[in-house]
Design a protein around this ligand. Sequence first.
Ligand code: ATP
Ligand code: MG
Length: 337
Amino acid sequence: MRKTLLTGDRPTGQLHVGHYVGSLKNRVMMQESGDYDCFILLADVQALTDNFQTPQKVRESIFEVALDYLAVGLDPNRTTICIQSLIPALPELTIYFLNLVTVARLERNPTVKTEIAQKGFEKSVPAGFLCYPVSQAADILFCKADVVPVGVDQLPMIEQTREIVRSFNNYYGDVFNEPEGLIPENDIEQRLPGITGNDTKMSKSLGNAIYLADDEQTLRAKIRQMYTDPQHLRVEDPGNIEGNTVFTYLDVFASDKGEVSRLKEHYQQGGLGDVKVKDYLFEVMNAHFKPIRERRSEFQKDPGYVMDILKSGTEKANEVASLTLAEVRKAMKIDYF
Ligand code: ATP
Ligand code: MG
């Protein structure tokens, strides 16, 4: 039997080339393998938990992220793309699951703990925020996902979901399987850095991202600004490739590894200017992302078509969710009529 796979994104902005390297590319591969029923959730309810003052941003990001998905090759005929807020089974499951989790357990979640500190919630945590791992369990379980591709930081959510499954099955009988988190190898080490240097990963909230939607001029300009070796002042000087973002990107994106080795050697010896290397990186990245960018603008011209994809994906998700919900209600003895 085919396995079910679920992933998602918080619609808080456009997706960038870091997302492409770290997750989108892999999703397309899993879709192409034909081994999975794929669901991708646009998690607008979760996005609103810390963006509730800016609903317009969340609304617009739904469309932008959908364009990014279609542009990279996620195919609505093989991958169900759905909108979280339009699946009423999710909050219903969340309510039932909340009985199976203690406040102390929620407070121990390491990712939530870190985020509470980051957001200054130590004195008083919004209940919805503390409970979002439970709503994430509902996201994963509505379609009975077997596999959940995520970053390392999301592992505590998978563990919480597995605990909820064990507890649910224990009280009400076997309804759910424990899902597996699928972490890319060396996830944290391989996070693509932002254009400002290798120390910070590319992130939409840090202003250091190259977006899939960026046009040719923007791509060129961002690569020209990229952090290299600050000691490499004159072309004749030997340069450092360690910690040099341009070379980090070349390692990720260039398929001609021989040429990259030659450039590295030349750069370290001296006589190779940053601009030359950056222009090469531009050629490489432009060739890679041009077809994606072009597909994106084609879809962008037809918003009705894109919204129809989300609508029918959400309908399909609701059908799947209602089957799960019927089982849940029966197991919990609340299937009165
Ligand atoms: P935010 O700034 O809102 O935190 P973000 O740009 O950091 O946004 P996330 O939504 O936190 O993006 O990332 C979702 C997932 O995308 C991560 O778990 C990871 O798998 C992947 N990802 C994000 N940024 C990168 C990156 N720079 N390199 C590789 N993968 C990334
Ligand atoms: Mg992030």
